[in-house]
Write a protein that binds this ligand. Structure first.
Ligand SMILES: CCCCCCCC/C=C\CCCCCCCC(=O)SCCNC(=O)CCNC(=O)[C@H](O)C(C)(C)COP(=O)(O)OP(=O)(O)OC[C@H]1O[C@@H](n2cnc3c(N)ncnc32)[C@H](O)[C@@H]1OP(=O)(O)O
Ligand SMILES: CCCCCCCCCCCCCC(=O)OC[C@@H](O)COP(=O)(O)O
Length: 276
């Protein structure tokens, strides 16, 4: 009898926490679902605009796409503080590399997307309904991450297209989303691409989302994302043998900036962290 009361009291005390947990889980999933739904809806609206204006798959469509995606931040209370935009002002092609934390990155990408810039994406994105269609119309380059040799030959063709069509290419060198509060080791494709095309690399760093977006904690509130576009890194006097060094250098520089922008103390890496 006594034990029963004790249990009920205990449960009653827990009730607010249970309700809070359920409602925060609900809120989180509701917001993420709204984000995806809005992306699908906006893509469905933007696709005819792209087709009418530019006729088919072309990088020119990225102007329309980025203008539409820039409205998304207002729905989710996200602000951007951008520094270093002048570093994008180079003539001709380049490889842009940035950190990739979540699907929310599409907002940060479109916020600062320079003219004539396409992205490299996993091929699965092609099948994401109207979002897949809009990425196709924008000229996104799809790679199969499970088949390195295919990805490499696609990247080699991209190096040529960059020069002939005056394209900038945006690569997420971590190769996958990562919301751990640190950068993953970098894959080497972006650096091979820059060397093959003989173009500079421009690193872009977004501050950590963990204070306002955390999947594990069901957290998704509004917040400010700091973005820094770093000065270009020249690759003209480098060769294949310098790839590992270049990858390491870019990783280190971006990691330092990432920690600074995220107001976290910098933790040095004990071991070489790249290309593994
Ligand atoms: C209107 C409203 C609409 C709203 C909706 C929004 C729509 C917005 C529209 C449009 C925006 C679209 C945005 C899309 C964003 C999508 C993001 C993603 O999907 S992220 C996943 C895919 N991205 C990548 O994976 C990065 C690129 N990956 C690479 O570069 C890799 O390096 C890759 C795949 C080429 C190979 O990956 P490995 O896992 O095999 O690892 P490794 O270590 O890099 O390579 C293995 C060996 O191959 C050599 N290698 C690599 N690439 C090479 C190359 N090109 N040539 C020669 N060797 C190469 C390396 O040196 C390494 O060799 P040794 O270990 O050093 O001996
Ligand atoms: C048919 C239903 C599809 C639902 C569409 C959802 C729309 C989401 C729009 C945002 C595009 C996000 C692109 C993106 O961020 O892709 C993830 C990859 O970078 C990394 O892949 P992963 O972490 O290795 O899975």
């Amino acid at each position: 009898m006594d034990l029963g009361w004790l249990l009920w009291t205990f449960l009653l005390l827990l009730l607010p926490f249970i309700i809070m947990e359920i409602s925060s889980t609900f809120k989180f999933h509701f917001k993420i679902t709204s984000y995806c739904a809005l992306c699908l809806l906006l893509s469905a609206l933007a696709a005819p605009m792209c087709l009418l204006r530019n006729g088919g798959r072309t990088v020119e469509n990225m102007r329309i796409i980025s203008r539409v995606v820039r409205t998304l931040k207002y729905f989710f209370g996200i602000r951007f503080e951008v520094r270093g935009l002048e570093n994008f002002q180079i003539d001709g092609p380049c490889v842009i590399i940035s950190n990739h934390q979540s699907i929310l990155d599409m907002m940060g990408l479109m916020e600062i997307l320079p003219d004539r810039c396409v992205q490299i994406a996993k091929k699965e994105l092609m099948y994401a309904g109207s979002v897949g269609l809009i990425t196709y119309l924008g000229g996104v380059i799809y790679i199969n991450r499970n088949r390195t040799s295919d990805a490499k030959s696609i990247m080699a063709a991209v190096a040529e297209a960059m020069i002939s069509d005056n394209l900038k290419v945006w690569v997420y060198p971590e190769g996958t989303r990562n919301n751990s509060g640190d950068l993953l080791p970098f894959k080497k494709g972006a650096f091979h691409l820059a060397l093959q095309a003989q173009v500079p690399i421009i690193p872009v760093v977004y501050s950590s989302f963990t204070s306002f977006y955390n999947q594990k904690k069901n957290l998704f509130t509004g917040g400010t994302i700091k973005v820094e576009i770093l000065p270009k890194i020249d690759t003209s006097d480098l060769s294949e043998k310098d790839i590992a060094d270049l990858t390491e250098r870019c990783h280190q520089t971006m990691r330092q900036v990432f920690f600074r922008l995220s107001n976290k103390p910098y933790e040095a890496n004990e071991q070489s962290n790249c290309g593994q």
